[in-house]
Design a protein around this ligand. Sequence first.
Ligand SMILES: [Zn+2]
Ligand SMILES: [Zn+2]
Length: 255
Amino acid sequence: MKIRVLGCHGSQLPNYNTTGFLLGDNVLVDAGTVTPVLTLREQLKIDYIFITHAHMDHVRDLMFLADNVFYSKRQRPLYVCSSKGVLDALSAHLFNNVIWPDFSKIPDKKNPLIRFKALAPGRSCRFGDFLVRTVAVNHTVETMGYFIEMKKKAVLFLGDTGPTEKVWRMAKAHRGLRAIFVETSLPDAMTDVADKTGHLTPQGLAAELQKLSGAKPDIYLYHMKPWFHEAIREEVKAISDRKIHIVEDGQVIRL
Ligand SMILES: [Zn+2]
Ligand SMILES: [Zn+2]
């Protein structure tokens, strides 16, 4: 499985893009950064977009991607997939004919550009080469994590989350799980802010990783707020019993 990091940060600054991952050439996990990075030709290959939650840093480029695909006259739809609650938020607040055109009814209701596909938590669904299973995590708004499997190798994208339980139980039991992409947004000195905003600090991450017990998938850290990179990097060094990678924009990861 090839994972290209389009953006992996918790805020936007020059050279710091917000969250978007490209799997293979036709699947996105989150769409915080897509259109400034992928060529039009690459954008037109995308079929499925799995959205963790409706916060702007994870969905912004859905709007520009839809626009680009529409005006390129591609015939097949873009499937935007998540829980029903997340999709309802995108319809109500983004594709509402105020902030952006409702591409789920354009060019017409029968053959729209965007097809929203609600995924039932816990159920596995096949999308092209990938088997996808969703699980709710614990953020300030409804947020889904995704287990994405191809040829018996799986990767877990947790989405923004504070301390949570079920997804770690599932991760611990998953034999094919090779990698977990997990956020660490803030340094330990900002634990109070992290608690209020549904994010993790390095100490919070360490406590979460304990829930994996003996399972040892590689850990990929992302969603750091750019101001705190150095502090987080230093604090994460205290977690010595895990293979932890700090994700960079533009990186390509092969599992
Ligand atoms: Zn975020
Ligand atoms: Zn968020």
